[in-house]
Structure formats: C-alpha cells, structure tokens
Design a protein around this ligand. Sequence first.
Ligand code: SF4
Length: 371
Amino acid sequence: MRELQIVQKTAALHEARWWEPEAGGKVHCYLCPRHCHIGQGQAGFCFIRANESGKLYSLGYAHPAAMQIDPIEKKPLNHFLPGTRVFSMGTAGCNMGCFFCQNWDISKSRADQVRSSNVPPEDVVSLAIRHGCPSIAFTYNEPTIWGEYVIDICHAAREAGLKTVMVSNGYITRQAFHDIYDHIDAANIDLKAFTESFYGRITLTHLQPVLETLEWLKNETSVWFEITNLIIPTLNDAPAETRALAEWVIEHLGPDVPLHFTAFHPDFKLQDKPRTPAGTLHAARATAIEVGLHYVYEGNIYSDGANTSCPSCGTILIRRSWHDVQKNSLRDGACPACGMAIPGRWTNSRTRAELTGARASAAERYEDLNL
Ligand code: SF4
C-alpha cells in the first residue's frame, strides 16, 4: 500500500462505499479487482481511497482535477448523441498502472498533488447545462475509483434530463458493477489488448475481469457501450491478436457493438515505441469487418475509417473528420437509403437551445475554470 500524506483540507472527508473493516484497523476495498487491504494512514493502489482511523474514505469525492468540454466523438462514442458536446471530468489517481497512460499527470498523482476544485454533484450538472452539454462524461482518469461521486452526479443529471457516460478501463468488481452502471447511459470501455501477458506486464492488471465487465454490460444492462483498442507497435499489434479480439467481441457481444482501433503516440513510460502507422489501423479494421463486426472505426488519425456506414447497403450515414461530425444523414436512427435501423442512442431529450438558455446560478461561481 502507498504511504498516505493526505488529508483533504478543503472539504470534509467523504466516507467510501464498497469496503469492510479488517483486523488491526485495516480495511478491505472491494471496488475493483485489486482488492486492496489498506492499513491506517495509507491509501490503496489508486491513491484516492484512503484508510483514516479504520474507515475508508473517497478522496476524489467532489474534487475534480480536470473539467473540460469535449465533442462526444472524443470519448470515443460514435453511436451516442453524435455531434454533441459532453461535459468531461476526471480526478487524480487510477487503479491500473499503464505504462502508456496519456493522462499520467493526473492518473499517477495523489489527490493532494493535483490542483482541484470543490465541485458538488449538483454544480457539475449546472456547469454542464450552462455550457450546452446534454451529457456528462466521467473520464481522463478511471472513474470507477471515484464511484461514489459518479453515482451522486448521475442522480442529479437524471433529474435535469442529462445523460451520463463512463469512459473506463472496465476494471470493477461484480459487487460494485450494478451500483454504478445502473445509473449510466453510455460507456466506452478500453480493451487494451487481448493477451494476459500485455495486461500483466504493461497495465499491471488482468484481462479476464475486463472481459467479464463487457459481458455484464451486454447481458445485464441497457447501457449503450462501445469498445476502444489502442494499438501499440510491437506490444499488441499482431494480426492474430486483433483477429482473436474481434472474434471474441462478435461471439460474446454480437456484431453491433462498435469497436474503435486507435493510434498510440509515445507517452509516459513508453517513449521508445513509435506512433502507430495508419496502415496498422486500416489492417485491423479490415480484419474486424471480415470477422463480421458491423461498426469498426479508426481513431487518432485522419481516415475514412471515422465514418459510420450502413452495414446493409454501404451508404455513408455519418461523415466525420477526426472528432468533427461533418454530415449526419441518419433518418430517425435508420439508413435513409435502405431503411436499416442503426443501433445507438440518437436523440437528445433536451435541445441545445434549452441547454444553453438555462442559467443555473450555482454555476456562476465557476467563472474562473476557463471551460
Ligand atoms: S478501487 Fe483503489 S483502493 Fe479499491 S481495490 Fe481498487 S485500487 Fe484498491
């Protein structure tokens, strides 16, 4: 366990869920498959769940370290409210140890090492409304580890007619899964590779719990979800691995779950690997389509592989450039040429005008956030 030099001085500590006391003042956190056993004055692997006097506290609660307005396509979600803005937020810490993390400045930091604001759940919703966002994304670091805050924001968001999105590594226990995902509208789950050796060596976790999360999402929830596979040269780019991943998706989740192959750039501890060549993404996409997946995308490059096409007649339904939607030809969620229904969540319960017209007074306090 990590030595802890907290304590949050800006707000009262928020008691965590998903833990049990153990002998000698230790606590067992069972929120994620790490199952940390945490001594007094220490934090779990993720840095932001800490044992203070024999109780577990969530240090990320109401303390986002990053807040930003993004296009929903950046999450990436291509079948969920396309062309809309999403209010995106993350805290410090993470429960994985990915050598290639692209947000390592917050994910590898303790709660007291990042600049954060105190933003209660209802103020998150006010900020999203004020900035014309029909949805809120829990992203940048792993949102599972601040699940208490996520759930409270979801309650407030639902009351206001906003949707919520998890951008997650899928590393969560059975005990916590429904507590969080029963409140969520959409998710993008990183399937970082399809070998246990990659997960063990490069992320310091395991593959099987992530596959189980994907199956729970498919079989036990109505959450709209898509999958991202970041392809890193020499580590997870073998054509046979890509084929095995696509075959697993079609067998266990079906052909309609969108799969995004995205390009790596050198970051954090993986500075020695080159950027992913565009040809690798093209080949991966071709393999997944050949296997039978209907919606396969390429990301982090300019490519026609960002477009959504009708799997029946081939008509381009949504034309994109990087994260920008240039043209959306869907008609009531269906192909205008052949009428095939395209799976996704295409309509928004509140219009942009309604959202931007709303002015929540609480949000006025956050003028300095430069959103
Ligand atoms: S959520 Fe954090 S403290 Fe809890 S088991 Fe996972 S890494 Fe450990």
